[in-house]
Design a protein around this ligand. Structure first.
Ligand code: CA
Length: 222
C-alpha cells in the first residue's frame, strides 16, 4: 500500500519511514503541511500518517483541506501533546485514529492495518480468488492451503490485484501503488515480480491481458 507520511521531526520521521517500509508499504515522506497538501492532491494514497505540529501549515489544516476536497482516505494523526482538546480537534477535523507521542512502532502499524481494513469495507478481511487466499491482517498468502512465502513487493502487488479479481491493472497503475517518489523503478520490474508470483503461485494465478495489463482471475482455471 502506498502511504503518505507527514512528519517534520527528522529522527522520528526516519524511524517511521523505515518502520512503514518494513511493514511492506511504499512510503512518501514529506516534512511540511504545504507539501502534504500538494501530495494529497496529486497522488493516490491508501492512508496518511499525519503529525499535527508542522511547519508552514499545521496538520489539522492539512486534514480539513483534504476532507473538504472529499478525500475519504484513512488518516492517523500523531500528536505530541497528550491533551484531550488536541485529540478532539483532530477527530472533529476528520481523523480516523490518533497516537500520542511517544508511541510504539508496532502499535502504529497495527492501527494502520485496522484502518486500511475498515477502509476496504470488507467485513471479512481475508481476500480470496483463483484458489489463493490473502489475509491482510497477518500478511499470510496460501494457495490450495499451502502457505506461500512472498517478498514485500510481491505481496503488495498480489494484494492490489486481489482487491479486484478479474479486473486488469496496467503496469503504470501497479507501479503507482508499489513505489514511492524517487524510488528507482527498473524498466521491467513489474514483469519481474509477476514472474516471481507465477513461479510461487502457479502460472495461471495471474493473467496477462495483452495491451491492458494483469489480473488475478476470479476463479481458478480447471
Ligand atoms: Ca512536528
Amino acid at each position: 500500500m502506498r502511504i503518505l507520511l507527514v512528519e517534520d521531526d527528522a529522527l522520528l520521521g526516519d524511524a517511521l519511514h523505515v518502520g512503514l517500509k518494513q511493514a511492506g508499504h511504499a512510503v512518501d515522506w514529506v516534512r511540511d503541511g504545504n507539501t502534504a497538501n500538494t501530495a494529497l492532491a496529486s497522488e493516490e494514497y491508501a492512508a496518511v500518517v499525519l503529525d499535527l505540529g508542522l511547519p508552514k501549515r499545521d496538520g489539522l489544516d492539512v486534514l480539513r483541506r483534504a476532507r473538504a476536497a472529499q478525500q475519504t482516505l484513512p488518516v492517523l494523526i500523531l500528536t505530541a501533546r497528550d491533551t484531550v482538546d488536541d485529540r478532539i480537534k483532530g477527530l472533529d477535523a476528520g481523523a480516523d485514529d490518533y497516537l500520542v507521542k511517544p508511541f510504539d512502532m508496532g502499535e502504529l502499524t497495527a492501527r494502520l492495518r485496522a484502518l486500511l481494513r475498515r477502509a476496504g469495507g470488507t467485513p471479512v478481511p481475508v481476500l480470496s480468488a483463483a484458489g489463493i487466499t490473502l489475509d491482510p491482517a497477518t500478511r499470510q498468502v496460501r494457495r490450495n492451503d499451502a502457505a506461500i512465502d512472498l517478498s514485500a513487493k510481491e505481496y503488495a502487488l498480489l494484494h492490489i490485484l486481489m482487491q479486484q479479481p478479474g479486473r486488469a491493472l496496467s503496469r503504470a497503475q501497479l507501479e503507482q501503488h508499489l513505489y514511492a517518489w524517487g524510488e528507482e523503478i527498473g524498466s521491467n520490474t513489474v514483469e519481474v515480480y509477476i514472474h516471481h508470483l507465477r513461479r510461487k503461485l502457479g502460472t495461471d494465478a495471474i493473467r496477462t491481458l495483452r495491451g491492458i495489463g494483469y489480473a488475478v482471475p476470479k476463479e481458478a482455471m480447471a
